[in-house]
Write a protein that binds this ligand. Structure first.
Ligand code: NAP
Length: 550
């Protein structure tokens, strides 16, 4: 993997004085959203500067290079679809490719669209302050840059603020502690080591199934059980690549209008089927080896407790049959929340890993991790698990953390970190009252925060932001800001839509319950990608009601 590091700002940028550079827009992040946003704003003729803490493009796919990291969206859908040639110029080699190939794809996109000259890597934005008198943002970085910009667009990604300082005593550990989102580029040598993995979310599952057998012994510390679905990966040769590329028109026109931005949508209605037919359909969806059973089958599972109970039991039975062991099932098979109300991970022989003699499963629901000691992990009852490497697959401060870890100041010097510590609010996940000319992709209260194939949602939001900026400029205006009334109305709509589903009552990063003290609010808009897109379109085509443009 290449890690080019730019050390100076591109020469094309206009220096206001010795210390400051002036641009039209600063973009935070050169991942999936940031690359597309940069491309769109460049095409408007704007001077745009992108900062990214990472050493190269890719965003989440640059950071999350832990063993086993791969899509669980199908590759032909996890794509940019705004440019047919760009789409067809890349050939995925698997149905669900791994991180190295995904990283190469983001490099291909950056090179093909000639974006690198506008990106400064290995640079962290430390503050962004809105100057009301000048209606401009001052963005500062850890490399001493000061950039003056009309617009500040956050493409930070909803899952980019890792939870890495989780346990007391972490610094005392005599071995290595690795968070999955900060995996070393040269990988970690696990030969002969006793490895402990904390966390069995989508990340933990991929790590566990991949590293089992690499070290001397693997201990998995599992708290909340997780519904899992088997992934059926396939190698793509020329024939499969040509076949999916031939569907470009169909896929690019349907995917943006589905519930979750995939190449499938809810296709079945529970009440219309006999019990036997329901069972057949569940088996078919399960056998597809994708996320279809979750977001491409019965929408009812999100709304009707009885339907959810039956589908949950279907998945539980599949898991129990594979585990074939009551103790393992007791720790790994969920019983107190419904299927699909947390993110459903795909896995590949993950449950079978626990049958290996060199893998130990430790349930920590009733006996949590108390601290980390020099020799390993200590549980509340005093049991010590001696380890050489601890892998923290402990997740993220999702949706908000990427921005609250920066000092973002809006009108009246208000702090976004303080605002969101009281109440998480946005208007459609695109703008925030009190923060003029700040746009966000992947922020709370839009599908992109959690319930969406990210490329589908990121493209739609990037295009909406491009259009909003165009509108402001053609009006001869200087600022655009979400109004308090519109934001409150959106929150109410968001809450009502969420309350109709079973999701808000389940604990996970979806509701912010994984971060102590975080206000509980479902991060993702649950009205669906297609419906959300339509609402955004209506706002844009009716002159941006809900946004004050001055
Ligand atoms: P996550 O879903 O939040 O899982 C974190 C895990 O760490 C959970 O098992 C959690 O247990 C555990 N944990 C956290 N703090 C703990 C503590 N103090 N003690 C014990 N256990 C603790 O995070 P993630 O697995 O990184 O996944 C986040 C999201 O990233 C996914 O939901 C998905 O959207 C995305 N992702 C996508 C892919 C893909 O597309 N292929 C792959 C990986 C991740 P509790 O559940 O009990 O809190």
């Amino acid at each position: 993997m290449t890690t080019p590091e730019e050390t100076s700002l591109p020469a094309a940028y206009h220096a206001i004085d010795e210390e400051r550079v002036e641009v039209d827009a600063v973009i935070l992040g050169a991942g999936i959203a940031g690359l597309h946003q940069l491309h769109l704003l460049r095409r408007l003729g704007l001077r745009v500067l992108v900062f990214d803490k990472a050493g190269d493009v890719g965003g989440t796919w640059w950071w999350n290079r832990y063993p086993g990291a791969r899509f669980d969206s199908e590759s032909h859908v996890y794509q940019y679809m705004f440019d047919e040639e760009l789409y067809k110029g890349w050939s995925w080699t698997e149905r669900f490719p791994g991180q190295p190939e995904i990283q190469r794809w983001t490099q291909y996109v950056a090179d093909r669209l000639d974006l690198r000259g506008h990106i400064r890597f290995s640079t962290t934005i430390t503050s962004a302050v809105f100057d009301e008198d000048r209606s401009r943002w001052t963005v500062r970085t850890d490399r001493g840059d000061t950039v003056d910009a009309q617009f500040f667009v956050s493409c930070a990604g909803p899952l980019s603020a890792p939870l890495e300082n989780v346990f007391e005593g972490q610094n005392s550990f005599s071995g290595d502690i690795l968070h999955t989102a900060k995996w070393p580029a040269e990988d970690a040598d696990m030969t002969g080591k006793r490895i402990g993995v904390v966390g069995i979310g989508a990340t933990g599952i991929q790590v566990i199934q991949t590293i089992a057998g690499r070290g001397r012994h693997l201990t998995v510390f599992a708290r909340t059980p997780q519904y899992v679905l088997p992934m059926k990966n396939r190698v793509y040769g020329e024939e499969q690549q040509s076949a999916y590329k031939a569907r470009f028109d169909e896929v690019s026109s349907t995917v943006p209008h589905t519930f979750a931005g995939f190449d499938f949508d809810f296709a079945h209605v529970w009440a219309e089927y006999t019990p036997q037919r329901r069972r057949e359909v569940m088996e078919e969806l399960y056998a597809d080896g994708s996320l279809r059973l979750w977001v491409g089958g019965f929408a009812d599972l999100f709304f009707e407790r009885e339907v959810n109970d039956e589908i949950s039991e279907f998945v539980r039975n599949k898991m129990r049959a594979r585990l074939g062991d009551d103790r393992l099932a007791d720790i790994l098979v969920p019983s107190d929340y419904g299927f699909g109300t947390r993110r459903v991970p795909l896995e590949d022989n993950y449950l079978e890993v626990y049958h290996r003699p060199d893998v130990e499963l430790v349930g920590i629901r009733d006996n949590p991790i108390a601290r980390i000691a020099p020799e390993g992990i200590v549980l509340s009852d005093g049991t010590v698990h001696e380890l050489d490497v601890i892998v923290l697959a402990t997740g993220f401060d999702a949706g908000t953390g990427s921005l609250t870890r920066i000092d973002v100041r809006g009108r009246d010097n208000r702090s976004l970190a303080e605002d969101w510590s009281r109440d998480i609010h946005t208007l459609m996940g695109l703008g925030i009252h009190g923060y003029p000319n700040l746009f966000t992709i992947g922020a709370p209260l839009a599908p992109s925060a959690a319930l969406c194939n990210m490329t589908t949602c990121a493209q739609q939001q990037a295009e909406w932001i491009r259009d909003a900026i165009t509108h402001v400029r053609t009006q001869g205006a200087t600022t655009i800001e979400a109004t308090k009334e519109a934001e409150d109305a959106w929150i109410e709509h968001h809450e009502q839509t969420a309350a109709a589903t079973l999701i808000p009552s389940t604990d996970s990063w979806y509701t912010g319950s994984n971060v102590s003290g975080k206000p509980r609010r479902l991060l993702s808009y649950t009205g669906g990608v297609g419906a959300y897109r339509q609402k955004c379109h209506e706002v844009a085509t009716s002159g941006y009601p809900g946004f004050a443009i001055t």
